[in-house]
Design a protein around this ligand. Structure first.
Ligand code: ADP
Ligand code: ZN
Length: 761
């Protein structure tokens, strides 16, 4: 709120009666622009619009000297004395109903402060674009064959379509039934051979075409599950907010507890929001919710804006009891919210990577607190921040220590990659190969995890050591076969790699490092009798390909599944007897204070995939640092041991959860300019930190940098970053806000502020 704003406010306060003559009365709306001016602006509401201007609706207001009309969010309305300075008037009202409740408006105000985002940007982020565009719910015309071909010659495709159109059907249904293209249908309508005979509302958005896999509701919960459920339903019945963490290994029955907590919520006539990391990676979780509750709004990234709008309206009307979705589903407009669940709460996808850079866990906590409802977090490997809040007694932790049905956690064998015999035959050590053979011979399945896509991770000249790099990012090209293509994993640039070194002309370049593609090839060669498939973003480009591969794996058409961390998540396959982590170190040495945490989480999660059935299972972890606490803890399935070893390190460095971080990243084409601006920002932050340290006793505030970011160049732009660290997040935010207020960014540069970053690269 700007200073002139508060000056206007004070004019509404009591005044002595004798000035009454001068005073005009009226209604004033405060609005926020989606972009441009960040300050709230006041407008007079003309008499005819008074009944329709209200907070949460959008209005059209004149802006600037030219009085160009702009769409803006009305966030407050008040009546009373008008300020003496003249106000412009609201020109019109856009929405016939508020798009945002008062609670959502409050939330956006809080979010803007919490993540140093522009309020307008936050308002845009919490509303799906289909809602903002008022996309009409789609209707599809019903078509039927008119039976008028006469002596016209039909192509085979046309004949098939007309046969399918004996009964009224939508164009989609016709193309699906006949295999013909959309153009054939359109042509037949033009020729009068198909006729429109009405319309149907397009398929209920998000309604799944996958048949639900029936998961029976168990008769009894285990004692640990019953305790966890009681920890949720207790506060729920009392109308009290509480955050409950279900800390349990994969297969310990967490999802069953969520399901029963949701049942309870619905029995109170209330709604539940369930957040999952990424819908396409968690089809089984979605299926279980669908199978149990029937109408479930599944908000996934493949929905069209119109479909999202339709879902949003169903939820807002209270016709849907359960909402399952990724990060942004937290903004589902549930009027009778009774429960929020976040599954796999440690996943970094819950933080938005573009502004507003919010974290869904924090947003969920704010909402749950405001609505007095429980927030349930679940994970086998909770974020250290979450764990710490439980240890501090702020949140409640419920442990689900054992797997349901008593199946044992698999034995974990670590293979030391420093031992030359381990590397003698490519990326798969003899012990891993023996493990694969053991599982296959016993009739089991195998999952192999390698967090690097492509064939070779870099291409290097044997003679001079020159490495092929992306000219835009300076990231080493990953070799993709076939075609000898170099693909930059930073910007996506694709080039054909030369046969000879461009530097020294020596022939033949070496393909170094193994990616999933090469691993797949090695595995096929070593196990010719096994059916092998690969799952990574290269093979999973088309819609539904995840589901197809996972279904094939479940149906045992695939013996060995090779993939990136995609395969590590939320999948429950009883026949997996061996899980191999091909290189556990890949993530361990990144310039990120969470590198060890991520590695421990990944190895623990993927290990949980093995031995879930009767046959038992094993895990083989290949690593060059078997003694690292993250690897050691994962090897004995003791995530908590890792947390306890990691907490003192974080404390010593005042890293989260013992402090906050705000990261600034500057980008631009000219490295010198980028460096200058980063230096300028750093100086302003240091000066502010010094003032702050003196005023607030915050001696522990540190400004680190400026320095080239760990990824120093991306999409041609150079990247420099700096970090502000300190024990108190609110003080840091105030500091950054003051230090950057009124800064005019040079047009050739861009910079962002990331509060509590999860991506440090
Ligand atoms: P998690 O979410 O922790 O991985 P799940 O809830 O998926 O665990 O449970 C693992 C398996 O055990 C699932 O197949 C589930 O249907 C089953 N299960 C869960 N709770 C029970 C129970 N109380 N009795 C019998 N089977 C159960
Ligand atoms: Zn690049």
């Amino acid at each position: 709120m700007g200073p002139d704003q508060s000056a206007q406010r004070s004019l509404f306060e009591d005044r002595p009666a004798w000035v009454d003559d001068d005073i005009r009365h009226g209604t004033v709306a405060t609005v926020i622009l989606p972009d441009g001016v960040d300050k709230p602006l006041d407008y007079l509401v003309p008499e005819p619009l008074v009944s329709s201007v209200e907070p949460g609706r959008r209005v059209r207001v004149p802006l600037g000297k030219a009085n160009r009309l702009r769409l803006a969010y009305c966030v407050a309305v008040r009546s009373g004395e008008l300020p003496q300075t003249p106000l412009k008037s609201v020109a019109g009202v856009e929405d016939d109903k508020p798009l945002l409740s008062r609670r959502m408006l409050e939330l956006t105000e809080w979010m803007a402060e919490r993540w140093l985002a522009r309020r307008g940007e936050v308002l845009e982020a919490v509303l799906p674009s289909g809602v903002r565009m008022q996309r009409k719910v789609k209707v599809s015309p019903l078509l039927v064959a008119t039976g008028l071909p006469g002596d016209r010659k039909l192509t085979p495709a046309q004949a098939k379509v007309l046969a399918a159109a004996a009964e009224p059907a939508t164009a989609d249904q016709l193309t699906r039934a006949s295999g013909a293209s959309r153009a054939v249908v359109t042509r037949l309508v033009k020729n009068g051979l198909l006729q429109e005979v009405g319309s149907v509302e397009a398929r209920r958005a998000g309604a799944s075409e996958r048949p639900g896999i029936s998961h029976d509701r168990p008769d009894h919960l285990s004692p640990a599950q019953a305790d966890a459920l009681a920890a949720i339903t207790g506060p729920m019945r009392a109308g009290r907010h509480e955050t409950i963490l279900l800390f349990g290994v994969t297969g310990s029955g967490k999802t069953e507890v969520y399901l029963q907590a949701v049942e309870e919520t619905i029995s109170f006539g209330r709604q539940a929001i369930v957040l999952v990391p990424e819908i396409s990676l968690t089809p089984q979780t979605c299926d279980r919710f669908r199978a149990r509750f029937g109408t479930v709004a599944v908000l996934h990234s493949h929905l069209t804006p119109a479909e999202r709008h339709a879902q949003w309206r169903e939820i807002a009307a209270g016709r849907v009891n359960v909402v399952v979705g990724a990060r942004s589903a937290i903004f589902a407009p549930a009027p009778r919210l009774g429960l929020i669940v976040i599954d796999e709460e440690h996943e970094s996808s819950f933080k938005q990577a573009t502004s507003p850079r919010y974290h869904a866990r924090d947003v969920a906590e704010w909402i749950a607190r405001a609505e007095n409802v429980p927030l349930v977090l679940g994970s086998a490997t909770p974020a250290i921040e979450t764990f710490a809040r439980c240890l501090a007694g702020e949140w409640r932790m419920c442990r689900l220590a054992d797997r349901v049905g008593g199946s044992q956690l698999p034995g974990v064998l670590t293979v030391d990659l420093r031992d030359p015999t381990a590397r003698a035959r490519g990326a798969v050590s003899p012990r891993l190969a023996a493990g694969i053979r053991w599982a296959l011979d016993a009739g089991g399945q195998v999952m192999l995890l390698l967090n690097r896509r492509g064939f070779a991770t870099h291409v290097q000249c044997r003679a001079c050591g020159h490495t092929m790099r992306c000219p835009q990012c300076e990231i080493a090209f990953t070799l993709h076969q076939p075609g000898n293509r170099g693909i930059c994993h930073g910007c996506g640039l694709v080039v054909r790699l030369p046969p000879d070194c461009p530097e020294c002309r020596a022939p033949g370049l070496a393909h170094r490092g193994t990616g999933t593609q090469r691993l797949e090839e090695q595995i096929r060669r070593t196990f010719p009798d096994a059916a092998v498939a690969r799952m990574d973003t290269d093979t999973m480009r088309s819609r539904g390909s995840h589901e197809k591969t996972l279904d094939a794996f479940r149906d045992r058409h695939i013996d060995i599944l090779v993939g990136t961390q995609m395969i590590a998540k939320g999948l429950d396959f009883p026949s997996v007897m061996l899980v191999g982590v091909v290189n556990a170190d890949a993530a361990l040495h990144l310039a990120d204070f969470r590198a060890a945490e991520r590695t421990c989480q990944l190895v623990t999660q993927v290990s949980g995939r093995s031995g879930r059935g009767q046959l038992g299972g094993r895990v083989v972890v290949q690593t060059s640092t078997p003694e690292h606490p993250a690897i050691r803890a994962a090897a004995v399935h003791d995530y908590e041991a890792f947390v306890r070893s990691e907490l003192p390190i974080r404390e010593a460095l005042v890293y989260p959860p013992f402090g906050s971080i705000i990261r600034l990243v500057v980008r631009g084409l000219d490295e010198e300019r980028v460096r200058e601006w980063a230096t300028h920002l750093t100086a302003r932050l240091r000066a502010e930190a010094a003032a702050c340290g003196a005023a607030e006793g915050q001696a522990a505030i540190r400004v680190l940098g400026p320095a080239p970011a760990p990824i120093p160049r991306l999409r041609e732009r150079f990247r420099w970053h700096l970090q502000v660290l300190g024990p108190d997040g609110a003080i840091l935010r105030g500091l950054v806000r003051r230090a950057t207020a009124g800064l005019k960014t040079p047009p050739d540069l861009a910079w962002i502020v990331d509060v509590d970053p999860v991506d440090m690269l």
